[in-house]
Design a protein around this ligand. Structure first.
Ligand code: SAM
Length: 288
């Protein structure tokens, strides 16, 4: 147990004051102050004494501390130099935490894994800086063989977009990409006043359980993702019109829809990921 209570605003201000540190808006520094949300995040992530955890943006160490209590090891990557002495101080009681100074988008994740975790799948648990949510998640998914799950706090709209099924207003190209690699699960919704300072937006914690294998296998993965992107590029238009701007002829798109029994006026938001895969296989053959 630590002697620090980092969910107490007075203590946060005192610790920041000790090190002459101010909140940086541009680095997305909104620190958690609701211990219930921290508990829901850590227990939702499924971290146990056998788990190696990668945290992104430990801030002053609030979530890091809760993770260190339950995990085997926590490696936390923080970009802000001014937070390093703060973290040394707040996490002094934990010998299973390593802080790495760096930018998660520039860091070599394989190198980090080999140096700190070596074997077994790690779990990512983080309250992400919202200005780079999507690039971080995409980078982690590119290294999905190293991770069992990714549990992250993000802006609420983003969480619901990542987890959306076809037909919902949030369903988009990113929902299909995430669903291809992982099974998403919303853990908890979080209010602005659960942070200090409160952000302007609502938040949610989402867990992405990495799949062993994708739910379907497109003949050409690159073509599949290109088609998905083109299908949603102009989401108010029909699928045929939207993909035609991406270089697929309207006649080919119409024939592909008809071959799998879909209406030619359908929009991408009504097309399931598996149907996108079937359309991609038909159109890929024609493109060769
Ligand atoms: N984990 C803390 C908490 O929950 O109270 C702080 C979360 S705060 C929303 C985001 C943290 O990410 C900040 O500490 C910020 O400095 C850090 N950060 C911002 N950009 C980063 C980057 N590119 N790489 C690593 N950390 C970054």
């Amino acid at each position: 147990m630590s002697k620090h209570n980092l969910t107490d605003i007075k203590e946060i201000r005192a610790v920041m004051g000790m090190f002459g540190k101010h909140f940086s808006k541009s680095l997305g520094q909104n620190f958690l102050i609701n211990s219930g949300v921290i508990e829901d995040t850590v227990s939702g992530s499924g971290v146990t004494k056998d788990t190696n955890v990668l945290e992104i943006g430990p801030g002053i160490g609030t979530l890091t501390m809760a993770l260190a209590e339950r995990a085997r090891k926590v490696v936390a990557v923080e970009i802000d130099t001014k937070l390093l002495p703060v973290l040394d101080y707040t996490l002094e009681d934990y010998d299973n935490v390593s802080i790495i100074h760096g930018d998660i988008l520039k860091l070599d994740i394989n190198e980090l894994y080999n140096e700190h975790f070596k074997s077994g799948k790690a779990k990512v648990v983080a309250n992400l800086p919202y200005y780079i949510t999507t690039p971080i998640i995409m980078k982690l998914l590119e290294h999905r063989e190293l991770f069992e799950s990714i549990t992250v706090m993000v802006q609420k709209e983003v969480a619901y977009r990542l987890a959306a099924d076809e037909g919902s207003k949030d369903y988009s190209a990113v929902s299909i990409a995430v669903g291809y690699y992982a099974e998403p699960e919303i853990i908890v919704n979080v209010r602005p006043d659960d942070f200090c300072p409160p952000p302007k937006v609502h938040s949610a914690v989402i867990k992405l359980n990495i799949r062993e294998n994708p739910p379907f296998t497109p003949e050409d993965e690159k073509f599949f993702f290109k088609l998905v992107k083109a299908g949603f590029a102009q989401r108010r238009k029909t699928f045929i019109n939207s993909v035609s701007s991406g270089g697929i002829s309207k006649a080919d798109a119409a024939a592909a829809l008809s071959e799998i029994g879909l209406d030619e006026n359908i929009r991408a938001e009504k097309i399931s990921p598996a149907q996108f895969c079937a359309l991609s296989d038909i159109l890929y053959k024609k493109s060769k």
